[in-house]
Design a protein around this ligand. Structure first.
Ligand code: PLP
Length: 405
């Protein structure tokens, strides 16, 4: 059992009033709040260690570098990756996917090759592949989902051919919370010689992620969605693949030697980390992962699953509600519409009650099109949320229904 009150005390932002009402933060899919331990890490970095990494012999630079590389090792352990050479720090999920689309695309994708993405992907896991397909005259194909928003596995397998170069799919759909069977997806893709990228932006903070067990070739996520600072993310990539891929950007830190005749690139992981990385945010990510480890991700997952089930049960009682995305396996997000009421209006009224939810397409326009809707209201949960907060959401939604009836 988690001591939720104790956990909530770790997150100072939660303890405040909005419009005279206690804040109820249910927008964790967009970004998570930060525990004291992460805020303290950032502060102490600037109070004590700040200096650019990797570039100087002096004490502070050594200390900064040590913190940065310590965070890399923490991420490696968290993902169960084989080597720190497989952990590339990026700006976030979007940056990590663009890195692969550019660099992997440059090396491995040719005319008429195919990239598969799922119907419900976030734009970050669609647009970089479209851009790659345009550059290389390759084709983007779409894995369909059923009306519950689960991928139709037989259709997926039919799309897999010798031409498939990469399957790019979310661990968890940000729009509807579907947990995709990423291990099975990876196994099938590998049978036809395709590589697999998992967009872990909504998975890493909720579900134990073991990249060796999944077998995926790439796994991308953002620090700010896992209780760390913004401006940091991670690309996990299998070492032998990363070795074969050209650098994404050129500049300082990613080189061994530079001359006008020839530049020799740095070894992994620095080959992909051109320029000054957000080393303070990287340290905050390490600290956020330590925090999660201290609570136990299994405990977090269990609690969040119970809370989601409770939310589904409560919200189902609201007249004329339609929950969109009813997959068997879901994580932490509930998307819905109230009949005849625009999602924006619902969100705006909830806001005045101190309840923060997200409305709109959730950066997944093709997913909305599939349901013939312009958007949804999405409540996305974290382990610091409570049943009482779900009850407040339930009462808030009843109020919205009453106001519009
Ligand atoms: N992929 C998914 C599934 C997401 O939910 C998000 C953000 O909401 C992203 C990618 C993009 O993340 P970022 O903006 O941190 O790069």
């Amino acid at each position: 059992m988690l001591d939720i009150q104790k956990i909530r005390n770790d997150f100072p932002i939660l303890n405040q009033e909005i419009y005279g009402k206690s804040l109820i933060y249910l927008d964790n899919g967009a970004t998570t709040q930060k525990p004291n331990i992460v805020i303290d890490k950032i502060n102490s970095f600037y109070y004590k260690f700040n200096s650019n990494i990797h570039r100087a012999v002096h004490y502070l630079s050594g200390k900064s570098t040590e913190e940065y590389e310590k965070a890399r090792e923490t991420v490696r352990k968290y993902l169960n990756a084989k080597s720190i050479n497989e952990i590339i720090f990026t700006k976030g999920t979007t940056d990590a996917i663009n890195l692969v689309a550019f660099s992997f695309g440059e090396r491995f994708v040719e005319r008429d090759d195919e990239i598969l993405v799922c119907q419900t992907e976030h734009h970050s896991n669609i647009v970089p592949w479209q851009m790659l397909c345009e550059r290389k005259s390759a084709k983007l194909k779409v894995i369909p989902v059923n009306d519950k928003s689960e991928i139709i596995f037989e259709e997926y397998e039919k799309l897999l051919t010798k031409k498939t170069k990469l399957v790019a799919i979310a661990h968890v759909s940000n729009a509807f919370g579907t947990v995709h069977p990423i291990k099975k997806i990876t196994e099938s893709a590998h049978k036809v010689g395709s590589y697999v990228l998992i967009d872990g932006a909504q998975g890493i903070q909720h579900i134990k992620t073991d990249v060796l067990d999944i077998g995926c070739d790439f796994y991308a996520f953002s620090g700010h969605k896992i209780y760390a600072e913004t401006g940091i993310g991670v690309l996990y990539g299998k070492e032998n693949l990363l070795e074969q891929m050209p650098p994404y950007q050129g500049g300082g830190d990613m080189i061994k030697t530079v001359s006008f005749r020839k530049t020799v690139y740095a070894d992994l992981p620095l080959k992909f980390e051109a320029g000054t990385s957000n080393y303070v945010a990287a340290a905050s990510l390490g600290e956020a992962m330590n925090y999660i480890n201290s609570i136990g991700l299994e405990n977090i997952s269990k609690y969040e699953t119970q809370l989601l089930k409770y939310a589904e049960t409560q919200l189902s009682k609201i007249p004329n509600i339609k929950i969109i995305g009813t997959a068997k396996k879901k994580s932490s997000a509930i998307s819905f519409l109230l009949k005849g009421i625009h999602h924006y209006d619902t969100g705006a009224i909830l806001d005045k009650l101190g309840i923060a939810v997200r409305t709109g397409t959730h950066c997944a326009e093709p997913a909305m099109k599939q349901y013939g809707i312009t958007g949804t209201v999405r409540a996305s949960l974290s382990f610091y949320n409570t049943k009482e907060e779900i009850d407040a959401l339930y009462r808030g939604l009843l109020r919205v229904v009453r106001m519009f009836s």
